[in-house]
Ligand binder design. Sequence first.
Ligand code: CP
Length: 318
Amino acid sequence: MRNFTSVFDVKDIDRLVQTALNYKSNPFIDKALGQNKRIGCLFLNPSMRTRLSTQIAAQNLGMEAIIFNVGSEGWALEFEEEAIMSGNTVEHVKDAAPVFGKYFDILAIRTFPSLKNREDDYSELYINQIIKYACIPVVSLESATLHPLQSLTDIITITENFKENRKPKVVLSWAPHVKPLPQCVANSFSQWMNVWGKADFVITHPEDYELSEAFTKGATITHHQDEALKNADFVYVKNWSTFNDYGKIYESNPEWMLTNKKLALTNNAKVMHCLPVRRNVELSDEVLDGPNSIVTQEASNRVWAAQAVLSEILRANG
Ligand code: CP
């Protein structure tokens, strides 16, 4: 593996999941692998889980992790080619990224979409420019359209929690929110589930909240949440803003919030959410605090996902 920006960087998802679970059993087994190696983690946007889990994963492999909150503490970066930099940006990625490439062995970066211009966001300009100019392996800590470390974590968590000799039914259920959020987690989860192919995957959302077919193709999609929830083994709750009329939030119909009444329609489903979560908006207290919630286990698995990915990159790139 050279870079990790989507499921298509992974040769064998199940093998990567096993690597992650092996690290969960024995976190320090590869402590020598990253000795004298350094990872730079650049954050253009806020984070709690991604930042801490990546740092812990790197340390478990013996790497030094340096966090740089470039969005709030660094020079404002310009990403457009041939930009006339007479505005607010101070340094071009063409100049900054090669420096990162000299300081670090692996570069990881979190960016968010603007949610204003769909073509710009879906071109993934920021992470692509970093890959182009840093010339070292690059890991996505969430990009404009995808969150692959979260999705790998989610498959690890499903694998851990389902031992029956059949495919689990996994439902991605849109949830209300007070502000427009990126489509990244939903896009990425859909992409990984479809490529993985080890679950009956259903997406449910209100009309007008269709995601890009580039990620959902292969899933069953319905606007009827109750129908989708029937016999579900896992319900992944997540808000996203509109894709077609880009970056909008039309309504926050509380009927879409997962409650114990809705959970009763499922096959005693485990409930997932990537966090952070708006309590009693996206998910009710009764579900989050109840026995079916596996959100803390899910978040804790972020460490093992990151450790598995970093170990593959270290092994492949010396
Ligand atoms: N799920 C997730 O990416 O959390 P953070 O935004 O806190 O990193």
